[in-house]
Write a protein that binds this ligand. Structure first.
Ligand SMILES: [Zn+2]
Length: 197
């Protein structure tokens, strides 16, 4: 078949589809957003490139610019995706279903394969990871009245102690402590699910 034949052109070009894509332009790069991108936002003072965002998300991005500046693209997207669930696990009693912990694989690992930024790079990565996970975990540690630096063994010990103390059976059948007990159990289950209990 001759490439330049009129027939080939009529098959190859799908006018409806192509035109639509062209007119729609770029799509917002905010995780989970499908709006038309009408704005640009710089990725950071030391980072090449720009994000394409819709009006709503360029505002949101600009408000948290200092937070995102310098983050790797994958980390920004991972954080935005996690933000859809409010940076916390959706705790539900009885269903056995828990929201998985935020995906941190995007935050590092092969970022600096030659160790060029050894030390500082590691520090940066740790800081970003801390930002992403701290809300869910801080809340869980708080529920157990523990510092976030507590070890898994400390978490377990505190959990057993709190359950004993807040269990209705230990309070003469008083069920008013039950909500607190549920909070404690949920917090412990979450920490256990991320390997900290
Ligand atoms: Zn958007």
């Amino acid at each position: 078949m001759k490439i330049d034949s009129p027939l080939f052109d009529s098959i190859r070009v799908k006018p409806g589809k192509d035109r639509r894509v062209k007119n729609d332009g770029p799509v917002c790069q905010w995780a989970g957003c499908k709006e038309k991108a009408t704005n640009f936002a710089p990725k950071g003072p030391n980072t090449e490139g720009r994000w394409h965002y819709c009006v709503k998300h360029v505002r949101e991005y600009n408000q948290s610019y200092n937070f995102f500046a310098g983050m790797k693209d994958d980390a920004v997207l991972a954080y935005q995706k996690d933000a859809l669930t409010g940076h916390r696990p959706t705790w539900k009693m009885g269903t056995g279903k828990r929201k998985a912990k935020p995906d941190l694989s995007a935050l590092g690992g092969s970022a600096d394969p030659f160790g060029l930024f050894d030390g500082t790079g590691k520090e940066q990565k740790t800081r970003v990871e801390t930002r992403v996970i701290r809300n869910a975990e801080r809340k869980a540690f708080e529920a157990l009245s523990l510092e976030v630096s507590a070890t898994a063994a400390q978490v377990k010990t505190r959990y057993k102690d709190l359950v004993k103390r807040h269990h209705p059976d230990a309070n003469g059948g008083d069920r008013s402590t039950e909500d607190r007990l549920i909070e404690i159990i949920q917090a412990y289950n979450y920490l256990k699910s991320v390997g900290m209990g």
